[in-house]
Design a protein around this ligand. Structure first.
Ligand SMILES: Cc1ncc(C[n+]2csc(CCOP(=O)(O)OP(=O)(O)O)c2C)c(N)n1
Ligand SMILES: CC(=O)[C@@H](O)[C@H](O)COP(=O)(O)O
Ligand SMILES: [Mg+2]
Length: 607
């Protein structure tokens, strides 16, 4: 598709076709709907003015980049979006040369642009190439953005930053940054006034221009432009992010500037699909739905772990006013919305700011509160040093409640919750525990509520693997596991969190009786129980939705080594040392050989 040769009218028609295709495929496969519909004209204008074969096209999070995929040779493959073996829902260089970089975690785009700009300068390619970044208003709230702008404004590398401001993060945006971006003085009126003044003053030379600039500053006209311009980055905007001909002109102007420039484009999230237009949080990430009614096609029956979390946290918050909580721009995904509505003075959305979320929660703990820092397993990776430096070194009673632990499905490599056990277990003062079902989740939350040190509770996306036929969970006590099934045989299944259900499913398929332990704490371990079991069972199999490296199997092996127990064979069914692709979770797990019917064969071979 050669966009450069198309007229504006033809490009406007193309935008219509793109919206239709996005709607058709996302209603079938699920995906990020409103972000992608709203970014369509911006992306088409990018491709009209710049060249993704040589200019680094860098999309922040890249969940909004479906139009980019459609016009870079993937229209036919788009039907496979987010399916196992199909197109990723995010940019992925292994999928196309037009995808400059992997993305999925927010606010990396400007740093990537600065790095690319440095390389372009060093390679003396500034006449041929320029980094083009698209970043949303929500992604502008993460600190990493200001690290990049700070250097960019100083070094002044040529770069075009398109700020796609639809006045939405996943939820309504919070914070001063969002307020500033939509400040009144950024209104088109002020921009026209400024333009006319500049044109008028231009006739009177530098002296008058200087006076006008001082006057503007002295009027303290707060506009986002001033903040960026004071940082040394030109600001153009706000402009209509759906006016293709205006966008093309502006992008061409920006390209010629040969310096860093931010174009503040105002767009409508969900544009083109009325039900999803505007500030509709639920249309950010959707499952399959009926286009005409907007109704979800899938009715999930079992209660999700997130719903259980919301109920358990609400119970605690109702009883104890010291219970507080934070989310980093994921109120609905983490289930914190009902608490923010009922207790707005105790539960906060701090925007996309995981580092700030952790450190501010640590100060709350120091002041005697009981913070529940509610962050997806994958996104807590962004705040690793804060967990070490501000929570654990101070040994403060912050509870890290890690949703989406394990394989998350269609979001793929950037979002799998694989590493939290590995990255948290190594930190002194940190305690790690995991429930296996609804009852044990409430019990784990009860334990965490009274625990006076840092701890982390992990739980899966969606519902727990059913394990009702097992004995009821007992209240959590530090470092206490629960033997769910005894056996005289040689085989012991050790399950952790959602792994207990998988172990039970596998045990059911095995023709022999096995012992089954719900580990409940991976740090500290139940050493008394493990020593006892080591004397009875010599073949241990580990079931946990986590990376093998540094995970549950590692912890168990470290324990056996420490105790000089050398006659126990440990086999872990955790994830191998590879990034895990996107797709339907069951299909992904099957590709990893982790379905019970696959595991039972491995147990039979190894025992
Ligand atoms: C570090 C990190 N935290 C949280 C998220 C989850 N997340 C994905 S998109 C998004 C909102 C982005 O808002 P914006 O940049 O305005 O893009 P829009 O969808 O509005 O186009 C969030 C919070 C993430 N991808 N990365
Ligand atoms: C783009 C992004 O990072 C989020 O929208 C993420 O896809 C949400 O994941 P869940 O759908 O599991 O809440
Ligand atoms: Mg936005």
């Amino acid at each position: 598709m050669n966009i450069k040769e198309k007229s504006v009218e033809e490009l406007e028609a193309l935008c219509g076709d793109i919206r239709e295709e996005i709607l058709r495929v996302v209603s079938k496969n699920g995906g990020h709907l409103s972000s992608t519909l709203g970014a369509t004209e911006l992306i088409i204008a990018m491709h009209k003015v710049f060249d993704s074969k040589k200019d680094p096209f860098i999309f922040d999070v890249s969940h909004q980049a479906y139009a980019h995929k459609l016009v870079t040779g993937r229209w036919e493959a788009f039907d496979s979006l987010r399916t196992f073996g199909g197109l990723s829902g995010y940019t992925k260089p292994s999928e196309s040369d037009d995808d400059y970089f992997v993305a999925g975690h927010s606010s990396t785009s400007i740093s990537l642009g600065v790095g690319a700009a440095k390389a372009i300068a060093l390679k003396n390619e500034q006449d041929e190439r320029v980094p083009v970044v698209m970043i949303g208003d929500g992604s502008m709230t993460a600190g990493m953005v200001y690290e990049a702008l700070n250097e960019l404004g100083d070094r002044k590398y040529p770069m075009v930053i398109i700020l796609n401001d639809n006045e939405m993060s996943i939820a309504k945006p919070i914070g001063a940054m969002s307020r500033m971006l939509s400040s009144a003085m950024a209104s088109p009126f002020y921009q026209r006034f400024k333009k006319h003044t500049e044109n008028f003053v231009d006739n009177f030379g530098d002296g008058a221009r200087y006076i006008a600039k001082r006057m503007e500053e002295s009027l303290k006209l707060v506009t986002p432009g001033i903040m960026f311009e004071e940082m040394g980055i030109d600001y153009i905007g706000p402009v209509d992010g759906h006016n293709l001909s205006q966008l093309i002109d502006i992008f061409q102007t920006a390209k010629k500037l040969k310096k860093p420039v931010i174009i503040h484009a105002q767009t409508l999230k969900g544009k083109g699909y009325e039900i999803a237009e505007g500030q509709e949080e639920k249309w950010h990430g959707v499952g399959p739905f009926d286009i005409s009614s907007g109704n979800s096609a899938k009715k999930s029956s079992a209660k999700s772990a997130t719903q259980i979390y919301t109920e358990a946290l609400m119970d605690l918050a109702d009883k104890d006013e010291k219970v507080v909580g934070v989310t980093a721009a994921m109120p609905s995904g983490t289930g914190l919305t009902p608490l923010m509505e009922k207790y707005p003075e105790r539960f906060w959305d701090v925007a996309i700011a995981e580092q700030h979320a952790v450190t501010s929660a640590s100060a709350l703990a120091k002041e005697g509160f009981k913070p529940f820092c509610t962050i997806y397993s994958t996104f807590l990776q962004r705040a690793y040093d804060q967990v070490i430096h501000d929570t654990c070194l101070m040994d403060l009673p912050v509870v890290f409640t890690l949703d989406r632990a394990g394989i998350v499905g269609e979001d793929g490599e950037t979002h799998q919750g694989a590493f939290d056990i590995s990255y948290l277990r190594a930190i002194p003062n940190m305690t790690l525990l995991a429930p296996r079902d609804e009852k044990s989740f409430h019990q784990a939350m009860g334990f965490a509520h009274q625990y006076q040190h840092p701890c982390s509770i992990r739980y899966p996306r969606g519902a727990f693997i059913a394990s009702e036929e097992l004995p009821e969970s007992q209240p959590f006590e530090l470092a206490k596991s629960q033997l769910l099934q005894a056996s005289e045989g040689d085989i012991l299944f050790i399950g952790y969190g959602n792994g207990v259900g998988r172990a039970a499913q596998t045990a059911k398929l095995l023709e022999k009786n096995v012992a089954l332990l719900d580990l409940r704490f991976v740090k500290p371990l139940d050493e008394v129980m493990l020593k006892n079991l080591a004397s009875k069972h010599k073949k241990w199999f580990i079931f946990s939705d986590s990376a093998k490296m540094g995970g549950v199997g590692s912890a168990i092996s470290e324990f056996l080594t420490k105790e000089f127990i050398s006659d126990v064979q440990v086999v872990s069914f955790e994830y191998e040392d590879k990034f895990i692709t996107h797709g339907n979770t069951k299909l992904v797990e099957e590709s990893l050989g982790l379905l019970p019917e696959q595991l039972v064969k491995k147990v039979q071979e190894l025992s």
